[in-house]
Every structure is written in structure tokens, then in C-alpha cells.
Design a protein around this ligand. Structure first.
Ligand code: GUN
Length: 297
């Protein structure tokens, strides 16, 4: 039987509608809409496209949203200065610096500089530490999108064995920490696999829920998947496709067609985790705005 398709686009739309209501309620109380600023250094085509999606989605839910685009050669000190001014701006409640950054900029300096209260990316060390201590506050958007998608599609991770393939700071590590939290959306048994894992198929076969976050097309093949399991594909890879006007198409980390014949449920690419990431960014922005308003009362 072919797998149930977990429709991330539809779930994300539901979340955006909820956030739109919260944004309106916030604006009424605060006298200003929630404000989001995305900082993009350079012109990486995938980043340009992601950032456009983020600011457009924020505008659609009546946020005050803008992208600050800087040339690739911008010195680190200039980026830090811009972050300081956004930290001090009372109209700005959420700040996201798009990654990856150009090589001459130290990512850690930039992520450390964003005010932890405005860190809607959940990547500031304080927010990472809170998550690890079991006191989640602002959570990274892609892994929280994965958890939300599992919950809203009736695939709660409680008591399940979740195998996460990938150990990045953006996805694999925070996702593992979230799944280990006590309570709803957590309480899973978690295995994290990575490039140093010997016999990856041995582990992927144990998964009730398998998360592919390796960043490489076709890394998860049908022979690696347990029949009836849930497969979440976090990958977004551009592969050449001369039949497209753009010259490429997007594929995930999972060999979708073949795995869909084995899995019980699967997320598509595009239309799976991608829209969830943006929806969670909007949710984080409203949450950050509400906390900042509350602390000013
Ligand atoms: N680049 C790819 N994904 C992300 C993300 O979730 N946040 C940031 N800041 N950059 C990214």
C-alpha cells in the first residue's frame, strides 16, 4: 500500500492562519505589528529564495517584515553593528541571520550577537542551552516544524524510536533534544546517526520514525526503511533538470518514489518540511513579540 503523504504545505497554512490571528491581537495590544528582520549577506541563490519566502510569509500575516541585504564582502564588524541596531529597535521583535555566511565571517560571533529574546532562529547559545536543559524557549524552526508536523498528522513521537540522520546545529542536534523533552511532542527514544556511523541501514531499519537530514540527495533508499514507518525528509537539494525553465528541480534526501512504496507515511519535497520551517519562524516571531511586550508592562 502506498504511504500516506504528510502534507506540510497544508499544515503550514493552518499554522499561518493561527499566527495571523495572534499577530492581529498583538498589534491591537501593542499598537504595532510584530516586527521581523532577516539579514542576508551575499547572494547564494538558495538563500535569496528562502529569505524571500520568509519575508513574504511574514507580510502575509500582517507583520512588519523586511530583509536587510548586504554584499558578500561586508566586514563582520558591519554585520555586528547592524545586529546591534536591530537589537535596540523596539519595532523589531525577531531577527534571523540567514546561513551560511561568507567565509570571512565567523558564524558564532554573529549568532552570539543576536539578542536571545529576538532570536527567532533559536540558535543563540542561551536558547540552545535552555533546550538542552529541558526549558525550551525559542526553538530552531526546521526541527520544531518536524515535531509540529508529526503531531498534527497524528504521528506523535511519544514512545517511538526516532532515528535522526544528521547532526547539524540547525536540524539534527536540536531535533534530537526536542524529541527527548518530557511531555507532548517529546518522550521519544532517539538515535542520532551521522557520517561516522557504521552500518547506517542497521539503524534506519530500527526506526518507527526516520528523519533524513543529511543534505545529500537519495541518501535514504527503500532497502534502508522499515515497512510501515514514518519518513520525514528534511533535505532540499537542487539537481540539474534541463526540462525545467530554471534548469534544476528540488529533491529531498530520500529516494521518494521507491521509499513511498515501503513507508507508512512520508513527507514530499517540496511541500513537506520546507513550508513548516517558515510557519514556525512566524510562530516564533509572535511568541518573541508577546514576551517582549509582556516584559515591558
Ligand atoms: N539556512 C538554512 N536553513 C536555515 C535556518 O533555519 N536558519 C538560518 N538562519 N539559516 C538557514
Amino acid at each position: 500500500m502506498p504511504a500516506q503523504i504528510i502534507d506540510g504545505a497544508a499544515i503550514a497554512e493552518q499554522i499561518r492562519q493561527e499566527v495571523a490571528q495572534q499577530a492581529i491581537a498583538f498589534a491591537e495590544r501593542a499598537g504595532m505589528p510584530p516586527g521581523l528582520r532577516v539579514v542576508l549577506v551575499g547572494d547564494n541563490p538558495a538563500s535569496v529564495s528562502y529569505v524571500r519566502g520568509k519575508t513574504r510569509a511574514a507580510e502575509e500575516v500582517s507583520m512588519n517584515s523586511d530583509t536587510i541585504r548586504l554584499p558578500t564582502i561586508t566586514p563582520e564588524e558591519d554585520v555586528l553593528e547592524i545586529i546591534q541596531s536591530l537589537n535596540a529597535d523596539r519595532n523589531v521583535h525577531g531577527i534571523l541571520v540567514q546561513l551560511p555566511l561568507p567565509e570571512h565571517i565567523d558564524e558564532r560571533h554573529i549568532l552570539n550577537a543576536v539578542s536571545a529574546d529576538k532570536d527567532v532562529d533559536g540558535l543563540h547559545p542561551l536558547n540552545v542551552g535552555k533546550l538542552m536543559r529541558g526549558e525550551p524557549y525559542l526553538l530552531p524552526c526546521t526541527p520544531s516544524g518536524v515535531v509540529e508536523m508529526l503531531l498534527r498528522s497524528g504521528q506523535a513521537p511519544e514512545g517511538k524510536h526516532v532515528v535522526v540522520c544528521g547532526r547539524s546545529n540547525l536540524v539534527g542536534k536540536p531535533l534530537a533534544a526536542m524529541l527527548l523533552l518530557r511531555g507532548h511532542g517529546g518522550n521519544a527514544t532517539v538515535t542520532v546517526c551521522h557520517t561516522g556511523t557504521k552500518d547506517l541501514p542497521y539503524f534506519t531499519h530500527q526506526a518507527d520514525i526516520l528523519v533524513a537530514a543529511m543534505g545529500r540527495a537519495n541518501s535514504i533508499t527503500a532497502d534502508m526503511v522499515k515497512a510501515g514507518s514514518v519518513v520525514i525528509d528534511v533535505g532540499i537539494n537542487r539537481v540539474d533538470d534541463v526540462s525545467r525553465k530554471s534548469g534544476y528541480r528540488l529533491v529531498g534526501d530520500v529516494d521518494y518514489d521507491a521509499v513511498a512504496e515501503v513507508a507508512g507515511a512520508i513527507t514530499p519535497v517540496p511541500g513537506g518540511v520546507g513550508p513548516m520551517t517558515i510557519a514556525m519562524l512566524l510562530q516564533n516571531t509572535v511568541k518573541a513579540a508577546e514576551v517582549q511586550l509582556g516584559s515591558k508592562d
